[in-house]
Design a protein around this ligand. Structure first.
Ligand SMILES: [Zn+2]
Length: 232
């Protein structure tokens, strides 16, 4: 991947900036400097220089499991609430229905080239898994659960707007969706990773704030609106 967690802060550092950092530290070899960490599994990462400029990247130099290596193995994928809460279900679905345009806009801002059919697919999957039934889920955070429900594949259309695959991850201490809300007022780190074929490319930490509710949403055509609401 082209970014990893900075050795001395919680932010990301790019490969190029890290090389500079190691020089500033006075290290003879790049891998002698304090390590960057994987944004998902939190283990140290190694760096590998590239053949060409900008080709260098961070990688795990072992065979220990990290979900970034195998996105399909994110532990919370496909899970349903152990004891679904009927009141929470009602409240969360009502929230989606009342804020559909804001949620659509928020998802567009974090998923490159999002297609309305993907939004419908997300809502379908949310219904199938009953993600609305978690008693402690604050509805405002729903978009950040939605993004993990499907993989965002490269476009099949002729225009090929989306060239990479995008997947969303929680830090790997999260094994079930329930664990996202154990500590009230705190929401686990969410990371977006892009893949070219199966190669990890870019990493982005996604802010899980709820400011999106203060803005106007993106309007949805009536037919799409109905399609979305039919999934609740
Ligand atoms: Zn990792």
């Amino acid at each position: 991947m082209q970014e990893a967690i900075h050795p001395h802060s919680n932010g990301l550092i790019s490969y190029t900036d890290y090389v500079q950092f190691t020089l500033d530290q006075g290290c003879q070899k790049t891998n002698d400097a304090p390590s960057t960490k994987c944004p998902v599994c939190d283990r140290n990462m190694k760096v590998r220089g590239g053949q060409k400029k900008d080709d260098g990247h961070f990688y795990h130099n072992d065979s220990i499991f990290c979900p970034t290596k195998e996105p399909a193995a994110r532990p919370y994928l496909g899970l349903t609430p152990t004891i679904p809460d009927i009141n929470a279900m009602r409240r969360n679905k009502q929230f989606v229905s009342d804020n559909l345009e804001c949620i659509w806009k928020k998802l567009n801002s974090i998923i490159p080239f999002l297609h309305i059919n993907e939004f419908v697919e997300i809502l379908k999957e949310a219904k199938r898994l009953n993600v609305y039934g978690y008693s402690n889920l604050t509805p405002e955070r729903l978009p950040y659960v939605f993004v993990t429900l499907i993989n965002f594949l490269p476009s099949k259309s002729k225009k090929k707007e989306r060239k990479l695959k995008f997947c969303f991850f929680y830090e790997s201490t999260i094994q079930t969706y329930e664990e996202l809300w154990i500590n009230q007022g705190y929401f686990s780190k969410l990371v977006r990773i892009s893949y070219e074929n199966s190669k990890t490319k870019r990493v982005k930490i996604i802010s899980t704030n709820i400011n999106y509710l203060n803005e106007n949403g993106y309007e949805l055509y009536d037919s799409y609106r109905r399609k979305c609401l039919a999934q609740l």
